[in-house]
Design a protein around this ligand. Structure first.
Ligand code: DLL
Length: 435
């Protein structure tokens, strides 16, 4: 089993903690000196960077949240002048506004190394041909894996997402050996490959899948339909992108690269750090990021950490598959979607035609997520014989697409037809069963 950076990946826990503390102190100082929002929060608590004398002291430091990225949009949380920023990436925020992050040259190097550690850990080498069907663009998936593949010297097919038949033909023609995409798209590709009867023409040996929740039964299905080994990769835009944590050949949880990212598990309601082995919300502190450091960043992903040493020899702890979220974010066809974004579009485009009663229905058919938004029309619109409901549906569909970046089917339904709840309105019905 190959290591990309054997020394770092196999440091003893004591050595690793020493590296973490040194780096943490520098990261906190750098962030305090350069990011006003963080400095104010530390000052409010009467904390100075020098007060962080041990890893445990991190627990005194204030949390940061996705909302901060919106409030300081676009560059208010950057810790470096734009002159030193080489790249931006972005993803959905809790409302219409995107959240934006930046990378210095060193940050891009760190990112490539973290994701490349995984490729090495699952046996990928410079002999391989890597088919990257994650989206390229502001989403971190495409460029993230691309950087990792180049780092280990493999050849990359930067095909990005879409056009399934062309994807399959390209994999066959170019002799791709590694497939990288979302697990739901891998399922779809597998199905199509078998429908076309071309499985024996593929040279794929393994795949790197993440960006959305997926189950062990999906893994089995992908492995069977494509004849490969399927591995899980985790990450989020705010922390760096794909490669914050990844599986090794043992498939026994995803190693969090702890020399770059310090993980805590907290109670999402009280914010209290939970004892080792507990299930709770995952919180990350970056240790080496320059342009966009994150300190105690609340991921909202619910999971558990495994501290037992892994058979592969890596000492970095492992996270289990996220078991859900502590907020209402949905991941639909790999895109992060918040119900509040949808609500905002509905309010904005309503013009008296709609009522505030709506329901989002997400399902998975033929391995592709379906996404429907049902909205009750107003009594006036219902009674209006002239205006076309279809036109209004089209207008809202277009607006949703431009805000969310993916298509939803919008249905205007009769007034009072959406079931009322006695407590909180049930806005989302997710039938996918992914956890
Ligand atoms: O999804 C980064 C990524 C790209 C990861 C490609 C892996 C592969 P965001 O769009 O910011 O970043 O979404 C981050 O997606 O907080 C999780 O809720 C979810 N997520 C990411 N990877 C996994 C995974 C990218 N392996 C959010 N399993 C995270 C379950 C995942 N959920």
């Amino acid at each position: 089993m190959a290591f990309l950076n054997e020394r770092m990946e196999t440091l003893s826990r004591a050595e690793l903690k020493k590296v973490q503390l040194e780096r943490l102190q520098k990261e906190i100082k750098r962030t305090y000196d350069n990011v006003e929002c963080f400095r104010n929060r530390m000052d409010e608590k009467g904390l100075k960077p020098e007060d962080i004398k041990s890893l445990e002291d991190l627990q005194k430091v204030p949390f940061s949240y996705k909302k901060d990225l919106r409030d300081y949009y676009p560059f208010g949380l950057f810790a470096q002048p734009l002159k030193n920023v080489l790249r931006f990436h972005a993803s959905s925020g809790t409302t219409g506004k995107r959240i934006v992050v930046g990378y210095t040259k060193n940050d891009l190097e760190t990112w490539a190394e973290c994701a490349a550690r995984m490729l090495s850990a699952i046996g990928v080498t410079d002999e391989d041909i890597i088919h990257v069907a994650y989206g390229y663009g502001l989403f971190t998936g495409g460029f993230g894996i691309h950087g990792a593949a180049e780092k280990i010297g493999a050849a990359v097919i930067p095909i990005s997402s879409g056009n399934t038949k062309l994807q399959i033909q390209t994999m066959i023609d170019f002799g791709a050996t590694v497939l990288c995409c979302t697990p739901s798209y891998a399922m779809h590709l597998g199905e199509e490959v078998n429908r076309m009867g071309v499985k024996d023409q593929l040279k794929l040996k393994c795949g790197v899948f993440g960006a959305e929740p997926w189950t062990e039964s999906m893994r089995e299905e992908i492995e069977k339909s494509l004849g490969i080994k399927a591995y899980d990769i985790y990450g989020l835009t705010e922390v760096i992108g794909p490669g914050v944590a990844c599986e090794c050949e043992e498939k026994a949880g995803m190693h969090i690269w702890e020399d770059h990212f310090l993980a805590e598990i907290i109670d999402p309601d009280t914010g209290e750090v939970l004892p080792e082995g507990s299930t709770g919300e995952l919180v990350f502190t970056s240790l080496t990021k320059e342009a966009f450091p994150v300190i105690r960043y609340r991921t909202r992903d619910i999971c558990r950490l495994e501290y037992e040493p892994c058979k592969c020899g890596r000492t970095h702890l492992r996270m289990c598959k996220p078991q859900g979220r502590s907020d209402d974010m949905l991941i639909i066809r790999g895109v992060n979607v918040f119900p509040s974004q949808i609500e905002e579009v509905l309010l904005k485009t309503s013009g008296g035609d709609l009522t505030p009663n709506y329901q989002i229905v997400v399902d998975r058919k033929n391995n592709t997520d379906t996404f429907d938004v049902n909205v009750e029309m107003s009594e006036e619109l219902f009674a209006d014989e002239v205006r076309s409901i279809e036109d209004i549906e089209k207008r809202i569909t277009a607006e949703l697409r431009s805000t969310l970046g993916i298509g939803a089917k919008v249905h205007l339904v009769n007034p009072k037809s959406i079931e009322r709840s006695e407590g909180k309105a049930k806005r989302v019905i997710d039938k996918r069963n992914l956890h």
